[in-house]
Design a protein around this ligand. Structure first.
Ligand code: IPD
Ligand code: CA
Ligand code: CA
Ligand code: CA
Length: 269
């Protein structure tokens, strides 16, 4: 990768600055809006915090890398996923937690070259928790190297999951997959509500696995590299290569990947 250190430093600076904006709005309060306007899904939210964080992140990246492309959830929809240099940004992952004053949300920034994940930073500004990764150099939480768990029994696993904003077939499929997980006597299911941090928890060995039937590139752009650099595996729910588009996602500590994808594939909506 060109300029690995400068790219990581930029990702960290941008995630910390975006995170500071989220922290300020979290403390001072901000009006949450229905994302698709009146008549849209009442639980698909956005706020000035999401938008301002994205603007600041974009300007920090553009200052250092003016010719790089940007793709972000709110207003940065132009970036081509196969471009030579692409930054993929979720300026506030876990908007619903943020709206309900739950201190579990993050800024997520992934850097890609020709479709390949090269670096990432994920930052929880409330806990001042920084997760970083560079291709070939491992995964780190606040500067300490982390790795996935060694558990190879579903019966010893803690599994994270997420529900897509869909409340129909996708939700039913997720519930069916959860039920099958429980039939293996897993230790538990968790739904924390911030996909990027869910992936960090797999990388840090807290969750043995995680699945969600529909995520967008900005939800997993940085977290997917974090998982693999920590020794884990990440695919779609049919165990296929993860595309850089809306997709199902299964992450694991590697040992449990086939067991988990057998379940997610069986219930795939
Ligand atoms: C959402 C969160 C959530 C996941 C949703 C995502 P947002 O992102 O990551 O955990 O279940 O699918 O859309 O909207 O809060 O950035
Ligand atoms: Ca998100
Ligand atoms: Ca978001
Ligand atoms: Ca959103």
């Amino acid at each position: 990768m060109t300029n690995a250190q400068l790219i990581l430093d930029t990702a960290i600076a941008a995630s910390r600055t975006g995170g500071a904006i989220l922290r300020r709005y979290f403390e001072e309060g901000v009006t949450m809006r229905n994302k698709s306007g009146d008549g849209g899904k009442s639980y698909d939210l956005v706020s000035d915090a999401d938008e301002e964080s994205e603007q600041v992140i974009a300007s920090i990246i553009r200052e250092t890398f003016p010719d790089h492309e940007l793709l972000g959830e709110e207003s940065l929809q132009g970036g081509d996923v196969d471009s030579e240099h692409l930054w993929i940004i979720d300026p506030l992952d876990g908007t619903n937690n943020f709206a309900h004053r739950i201190e579990h949300f993050a800024v997520s920034i992934g850097y890609y070259e020709n479709g390949q994940a090269k670096a990432g930073a994920i930052y929880n500004p409330i806990h001042d928790d920084l997760y970083t990764t560079v291709h070939g150099q491992g995964a780190f939480r606040n500067g300490q190297r982390v790795c996935v768990s060694s558990t190879d029994q579903l019966g010893q696993a803690m599994i994270g999951c997420g529900f897509y904003y869909d409340r129909g077939s996708m939700m039913q499929a997720t519930l069916a997959a959860i039920e099958e997980c429980f039939s293996h006597n897993i230790h538990g299911i968790r739904r924390f509500g911030t996909a990027s941090l869910d992936l960090c928890m797999v990388g840090c060995g807290k969750l043995e696995g995680f699945f969600e039937y529909n995520l967008s590139p900005w939800d997993f752009a940085a977290g997917s590299l974090f998982v693999t650099e920590a020794g884990g595996q990440i695919t779609d729910a049919r165990a296929g290569t993860l595309p850089m588009s809306s997709t199902s996602v299964v992450a694991s500590n590697s040992h449990l990947h086939s067991a988990l994808t057998e379940i997610t594939q069986r219930h795939h909506p």
